[in-house]
Design a protein around this ligand. Sequence first.
Ligand code: GRF
Length: 192
Amino acid sequence: MALLTGSKKIKTAVFISGSGTNLNSLIKFSKLKKSPISINLIISNNVKSKGLKFGKIHKIKKKIFNFRDSISEKKILTELKKNKIDLICLAGFMKILSRPFISKFKGKILNIHPSLLPKYKGLNTHQRVIENNERYSGCSVHFVNSKLDSGKIILQKKVRILRNDTYKTLAKKILLQEHILYPKAIMKIFSP
Ligand code: GRF
């Protein structure tokens, strides 16, 4: 994807709903010289999202939208345009974006999902993985299309499941890998 022009970084918005640990790792990554992205905007659908604190710490502009109607998406598009955003990273964002919204940012929306896609799309991933006695799980970074967790996969990391793992311990292990995988996937897309 040739979004990188000269030495300018790609202006990126990160969409969150919860703890925002992936947002934090993306912010740290964006500050490295080698990073092709800068984080210029944080969007949350949840005023109580713990991740919003990272916006405050790093002085990144943040906006909260309730997503109860299609007007929210229109307002977001205006905000993205205003801030010249060229890439969207979904990071624990719990709302499904509409088809028209996605088509306006075609090929420019990424997501991280805590499973080895195409297995275990959707919610409660770790619980289902443990219930099915899987030996491996992991995480995937993929492009977003209009079908849930179904866009082209960019990068995945496999994680071994131990006998005494619970869905909570597995979630923790995988989250640590997510923090490494998301920046790696961005490097893979944008580095020449
Ligand atoms: C991560 O496991 C991510 O894969 C999933 O939601 C979780 C978000 O965690 N989509 P955080 O908000 O980045 O800490």
